[in-house]
Design a protein around this ligand. Structure first.
Ligand code: SF4
Length: 279
């Protein structure tokens, strides 16, 4: 008789990434209790806003579970050297790849995993879908028809509310994120002058660092250095106020301030955010 060895079925892990933004936080609350062995994680670039760390602590208390902090084995400065002094940008997003996606994929290894992604029903973007065959993405908000209002309701009802940075910035992520709008850089200078200074130091450090740039300067914000941007503070604020008025006066139902802010694009701010970092 052939001895057939019993194979232990591989346990599938259920993981939910929290970016520090409202949608992924709302999804974490929404899934609370529905998937008992859910593992929450946060990929910490080491350059997150202090408000994000505070919010994660509040969220952890509400979830009654720890949020695993995943740190990349090599930090931003290491990768900046590897990329020869090229600051990351929307078209060269090495920061997301090395500081957000890689730590997650290392953490999961070859485990079979279901990854819960917080793309809302009213969004037309994909979110993080791993190319690794052992990681399957699912989209509960999209499947259940939960939109922007639904997300707000989940956060309000749970008592968690929004992260404090939403007072001046509409996206989660690194303090130096190049997806920041011009007026958000001004907000960073006002709220966290030491972080704004650190971002300037990066610009100074990488000035002319790459031969590929042939003498041109790398900047975080498109088209100008942070020093120049701050010198235009009044103009940037005027444009922002005008964009806010336009967004508030659009023929739609009354929107909460956070949604008006999110919709208030002026002609200097047209980049869509990162579908990994800004959820
Ligand atoms: S938040 Fe911005 S700077 Fe930070 S990893 Fe994501 S895309 Fe890069």
């Amino acid at each position: 008789m052939t001895n057939v060895r019993q194979r232990t079925p591989t346990k599938v892990r259920h993981v939910l990434g929290i970016s520090g933004g409202k949608d992924s936080s709302a999804l974490a609350v929404h899934m609370r209790g529905k998937v008992p062995d859910m593992e929450y994680f946060f990929c910490d670039t080491g350059a997150e806003l202090p408000e994000t760390y505070d919010y994660l602590n509040r969220l952890e208390a509400a979830l009654g579970k720890p949020i695993a902090r995943l740190n990349a084995s090599r930090d931003f400065d290491h990768w900046l050297q590897v990329y020869q002094g090229t600051l990351p940008s929307a078209s060269m997003r090495w920061c997301t790849k090395n500081l957000k996606i890689k730590p997650l994929e290392d953490w999961l290894g070859n485990d079979q995993a279901v990854s819960y992604v917080a793309i809302r029903a009213d969004e037309n973007r994909l979110g993080y879908v791993s190319t690794k065959p052992n990681i399957k993405a699912v989209f509960p908000f999209r499947e259940e028809g939960i939109d922007r209002d639904g997300v707000s309701a989940i956060l309000d009802e749970s008592g968690i509310g929004l992260p404090a940075y939403y007072e001046w910035r509409t996206r989660s992520g690194c303090y130096f994120c190049f997806f920041q709008r011009k007026h958000e850089w001004v907000g960073l200078a006002d709220r966290h002058p030491e972080l704004f200074e650190r971002a300037i130091e990066y610009e100074d450090k990488v000035k002319y660092a790459s031969t590929a740039m042939q003498g041109r300067q790398y900047t975080w914000s498109q088209g100008e250095s942070l020093r120049d941007l701050l010198a235009r503070r009044d103009e940037i604020e005027q444009r922002h106020q005008a964009a806010l008025s336009r967004a508030a006066n659009r023929p739609r139902r009354n929107l909460p301030l956070i949604d008006v802010l999110a919709d208030a694009h002026d002609d200097e701010n047209d980049e869509a955010g990162c579908a990994v970092c800004h959820l």
